[in-house]
Structures are given as structure tokens and as C-alpha cells.
Design a protein around this ligand. Structure first.
Ligand code: BT5
Length: 268
């Protein structure tokens, strides 16, 4: 048997999200979290997508102890042995397609805060979707979306956080909460706490500049020399900002260049 359902749990989050004065519709309807847990599954993002297609509710969460085919961006793989938090949220925010990229900054901010509050670990954000501690990757986020014209139908927010993993279980250049704190945490309890923090941050999606400012304030490579590698080019320069559309701004000898996607390295 490759996948086994363990528990379906409802975690009632304490707050109902309400619209701020003057704004027409709430981003969410207010929600209880339904958590669907597996022992072993190919990818929580893939499973969440199937459930979203079957009209699963906003803030349904799919988690698995092990992923056999955990996914990163652009077909890369994500190592997911037992000991990490591997989960995906189905969200249906009422936002225009132009604002989808903000989700990546919003969830990175929320995850950074959750890691600080729940595990007592200070991390920084790294473009486009990582959480790092001293340049070692602690967590990654994979956001996949379905659109209908200018509307977002749903987004799957996949989060991989190395909690109790040892150095032998991790790829080079990665770290875990265990390696930083020298202690292990209950995955079940900390998932509940992390989800509460994520939900609390969700409403900040309304405020585009606050989301981007918060991200930039905690950016590991703010105003530092970096190299951005894209499919066919390598752009060295100083990182001088990010845009709400998810792109990064690099100051080069030829002027500022805006790069929509790629992999960032420090130019040591
Ligand atoms: C990411 O991709 O960082 C997004 C990772 C998202 C994983 C979650 S787990 C739950 C959900 N279900 C899924 O199937 N996926 C999501 P990217 O920026 O492309 O980084 C991928 C690269 O990170 C790999 O090529 C490795 O170099 C490295 N890597 C792989 N596993 C890692 C791990 N456990 N910790 C740190 N780095 C890792």
C-alpha cells in the first residue's frame, strides 16, 4: 500500500476573518481547518490538487509523514523522509490574477514568523521561496495555482520544513530545526501551531506593500552581491529590491535588471 489515510481532524482556528472597513469582500470566508493526514504519499501538493478539483473546502490541509515524490519548483525534487513537516494548504483567496505572486511572499513571511514562534528559530527569507538559516535551506514553498480568466480558482501552497531531520537525511546546503536547536519537536503539535500562525498572517494579503516590505526587511540577501541564474543566463549584481509581482531587482553595471524567476546565489 503506497498511501494510507490516518486521521481527518478539524482544527478550529480561533478567529473568523473579517473584512477591513471599506473593503468589499473578505479574502476568506472564515474557516475551520480540515487536516487530512497520510503516512506515506507521493506528494501532498499532488493530493491537494486532486482534492481541490473535487471542491475541497478553503483551508483543507493535506499532510504526510513521508513523501515518495516530493516536488520542488521546475521539476526539482524535494527530499521528504520521516521527521519533517510536509504539508499543502488548499486556499481560495478572492484575488485578481495580478496579485498571485504576492502569495509567495506572504507565505514566506508567515512561515518565518511561525518558525520563530513555534520553534524559537530565527530564519531569513531568500528569493524566491526559501527560508534559510545562515544560508542553509531550512524550508521551501511550492505554490501551484489554477486560474479561470482573471480569477484565481484555487492555490495549493506546499510547505516543506525540515524539523527533526539529521544532517545525513538532508541534502548538502540544507539544515533543520533539530540541527539548529539540538532538540526534537512533536510534528503533530507543531503543525497545529504553525497553521494557526499561517492563518493569522493570511489576512495581510490585502496590504501589498506591507507584505513586500516585511519580506524585504527579513531578506538574507538585501543589498548584497548575488548571482541570479535563469534557464539561459547568469546575472551578477547587487540585490536592491523585489516587486509585488514576485520579481527581483538586480543592480548591474548596465543598470537595474528585473528578473521574474530563477535561482539566487550569493556572489562571495
Ligand atoms: C522548493 O523548491 O524549495 C519547494 C519545496 C516544497 C516542498 C513541499 S513539501 C510539501 C509539498 N509537497 C510537495 O511535493 N512539495 C511541497 P526549489 O526552490 O525548487 O528547491 C528544490 C531544491 O532544494 C532541490 O533541488 C534540492 O537542491 C533542495 N532540497 C531538496 N530537498 C530538500 C530538503 N528537504 N531541505 C532543503 N533543501 C532541499
Amino acid at each position: 500500500m503506497t498511501s494510507e489515510r490516518l486521521i481527518i481532524q478539524i482544527l478550529q482556528v480561533s478567529r473568523i476573518l473579517t473584512p477591513k472597513t471599506g473593503l468589499p469582500t473578505p479574502i476568506t470566508r472564515g474557516c475551520g481547518l480540515k487536516i487530512i493526514s497520510y503516512e506515506r504519499i507521493s506528494s501532498t501538493n499532488t493530493k491537494a490538487k486532486t482534492l481541490a478539483e473535487k471542491q475541497a473546502a478553503d483551508w483543507t490541509v493535506v499532510t504526510s509523514e513521508v513523501q515518495t515524490q516530493g516536488r520542488g519548483r521546475s521539476g526539482r525534487s524535494w527530499k521528504s523522509p520521516k521527521g519533517g513537516l510536509w504539508f499543502s494548504l488548499i486556499i481560495r483567496p478572492r484575488i485578481h490574477v495580478d496579485r498571485i505572486s504576492l502569495l509567495q511572499f506572504l507565505f514566506a513571511n508567515a512561515l518565518r514568523k511561525g518558525i520563530e514562534e513555534v520553534y524559537g528559530v530565527q530564519s531569513e527569507v531568500k528569493w524566491p521561496n526559501d527560508l534559510v538559516v545562515e544560508w542553509k535551506k531550512l524550508a521551501g514553498i511550492l505554490i501551484e495555482t489554477k486560474l479561470s480568466g482573471p480569477e484565481l480558482v484555487y492555490a495549493i501552497v506546499g510547505i516543506g520544513l525540515n524539523v527533526n531531520l539529521t544532517a545525513e537525511q538532508l541534502p548538502t546546503g540544507a539544515t533543520s530545526i533539530f540541527l539548529v536547536k539540538k532538540k526534537r519537536f512533536s510534528l503533530e503539535k507543531t503543525l497545529g501551531s504553525m497553521l494557526t500562525v499561517l492563518e493569522r498572517h493570511y489576512e495581510t494579503l490585502r496590504d501589498e506593500s506591507a507584505v513586500v516590505d516585511e519580506w524585504w526587511k527579513h531578506c538574507a540577501h538585501r543589498m548584497k552581491p548575488v548571482i541570479i541564474e535563469t534557464g539561459n543566463s547568469r546575472i551578477p549584481g547587487k540585490c536592491v529590491g523585489v516587486n509585488p509581482d514576485g520579481s527581483i531587482i538586480i543592480q548591474t553595471e548596465q543598470g537595474n535588471v528585473t528578473v521574474p524567476d530563477g535561482t539566487l546565489r550569493l556572489d562571495a
